[in-house]
Design a protein around this ligand. Sequence first.
Ligand code: SF4
Length: 263
Amino acid sequence: MENSRLSVQGRIFNIQRYSIHDGPGIRTIVFLKGCPLRCRWCCNPESQKYDTETMVTAGKTETVGRDVTVEDVISEVEKDRVYYLRSGGGMTLSGGEFTVQPEFSLALLSEAHDRALNTAVETCGFAASEVFEKLLPYIDTVMLDIKHTDSEKHRLYTGRDNTVIKENAVLLAKKARKLIIRTPVIPTFNDTREEIGKIAEFTASLGTVSELHLLPYHRIGSDKYAGLGREYMMKDIKVPEKEKMEELLSVVNAAGLKGQIGG
Ligand code: SF4
């Protein structure tokens, strides 16, 4: 019987092999186009719009975004199956935001699942709960960002408040096979003991989550903003010192969670 799932189309802007920072083991990352947030520090600003767009990189104009089928993506992912087996790795959907393309994500994740490929997703959590409910059976690890506990500050820096995200965190804590909370540590936004303490407290309150990863702000990708004709609003922000990250890590660990710096 023909597998119709393989012909489902989606829009991506990159596939990256041999990643070790986006879920367990060695992984292939599929970067989907489209995100409902506009985080000021986003290192993949070319992911945000669903539409294809042009970006100037090192003087060359490139088109960002291409339409592919599940079959196209899976055949690329399958190339590294031997590494996944040895390392416990697999495929991670990133972006952008995978829930922006629910049909494509469902077809891709279920196809991977049927092939016994480990699956993970990186999500901002801003989606209808029904979308998560539908996709969860095919996901081994969910990595969910909790960026700030204050809704207004969240809205100011990301374009959306955090109500839906916190509600989905509760849902994911109940229903995901494994949930990891991740917090990008952004100076002037959330890099205080108090705010990281609140995020740790929220994470611990979920009951089933033991890991909170702190991802230090970095400037990789900042030059893409000029290439897209957009302003980079974080140009005066410095990356956090190692000591600062260790101090914040101690706050996470004091909340009874397994903290780590980096993904
Ligand atoms: S949620 Fe992620 S992909 Fe979306 S704008 Fe924020 S940093 Fe970028």
